[in-house]
Design a protein around this ligand. Structure first.
Ligand code: TDX
Length: 310
């Protein structure tokens, strides 16, 4: 990506619905290539034609990884290997997108938050595969001089998020007159950041980050799952306890919390959506207005959860 010829390419899995999500973007700056990052041939050609790669591609949903871990190994580990090899061959700048889940979880009352120095301790097949991909990137930087940076971000919310994820699932349940489905006792804590703030942080790192460095991205948005669902219910004028507590997730991480001091002080980044409730209200409005986008995926998603008592 250069300022003179900014050019974005999205690679999606052939079964994905992401093509629709590119609608409205400037046609002359976007090319959609339907492929799989495990396919080294397609990856090599694309990397050779561009001067920077931002590697967002991942199997990302913990619940799916607990049902079928195989695709997580393929996409997250083998796919990252293919990207790294192509970047090595073509000396292409790489930014690798990862997750705070590589650090495992924190106790609910732990005053500490994750930092770049926190030891890796992943819990699920998803987070273990992401941790593996981070290790590959560091090894390719050190062994082969690949010009890469890494970011580990907290939980994203906002438009265009698949209805399998917590916030869109509960918003669309309430839109449909159903009750939100909360795992366990609902006391688990996640640190929420708006997807646009995640993207602005990635752009900042791509422009000003130091090669070989890792940056944690977070917006100080810790909330219990019950608090988040309570806000959604309140928005629709329903009682805060109008929900179902359902079967807990196996190995469910208790709490994530990000200390993003390094990114803020070294690179001068700050989030725009610093008020979670306002970002949530805008996200709810987006799902109300985009029924045609999420509706085709809702039934199968709910059938998947229902089969697991969730
Ligand atoms: O129906 C639900 N009910 C519920 O209580 C779902 C789908 C989730 N949950 C809980 C589980 C978590 O405590 O809500 C919390 C958030 O769940 P997810 O949206 O599945 O996110 P999480 O497992 O925390 O992981 C997310 O953040 C880190 C992303 O999916 C990852 O890709 C990212 O790396």
């Amino acid at each position: 990506m250069t300022t003179s010829a900014t050019y974005y390419v999205a690679i999606v899995n052939s079964l994905g619905c992401e093509g629709e999500s590119l609608e409205g973007l400037p046609q002359d700056r976007v090319e959609l290539v339907v492929g799989d990052i495990v396919d080294g041939t397609v990856v090599d050609k694309l990397v050779s034609e561009h001067d920077a790669v931002v590697h967002f591609a991942a199997e990302s949903h913990n619940d799916n990884s607990l049902t079928e871990p195989g695709p997580f190994i393929q996409t997250n580990i083998v796919g990252t290997f293919q990207i790294l090899e192509a970047c090595r061959r073509h000396d292409t700048r790489l930014h690798h997108i990862s997750t705070d889940e590589v650090y495992g979880d924190l106790a609910l009352d732990d005053p500490q938050r994750f930092t770049e120095a926190t030891p890796y301790n992943p819990s699920s097949p998803y987070s273990a595969a992401k941790a593996g991909s981070d290790h590959l990137v560091r090894a390719w930087v050190r062994s082969f001089g690949v010009r890469a940076t890494i970011s580990n971000c907290s939980n994203n919310y906002g438009p265009w998020q698949h209805v399998e994820k917590f916030i869109p699932r509960q918003i669309t349940n309430v839109i449909d007159g159903e009750r939100p489905k909360v795992y366990g006792a609902g006391t688990n804590v996640r640190d929420w950041i708006h997807a646009e703030d995640h993207s602005s942080a990635v752009w900042t790192i791509l422009e000003r980050g130091r090669i070989g460095e890792t940056y944690l991205i977070g917006a100080d948005g810790e909330r219990t799952n019950l608090e988040v669902v309570g806000r959604i219910l309140e928005h629709f004028g329903r009682a805060a306890d109008d929900l179902d507590l359902v079967t807990d997730r196996a190995g469910h991480d208790l709490r994530y919390a990000i200390d993003s001091t390094k990114l803020r002080t070294e690179l001068g980044w700050a989030p725009t959506y610093d008020h979670f409730e306002e970002g949530l209200a805008r996200t709810i409005a987006w799902y109300q207005a985009h029924d045609d986008w999420w509706r085709p995926h809702k039934e199968a998603t709910e059938a998947f959860y229902a089969a697991k008592g969730q």
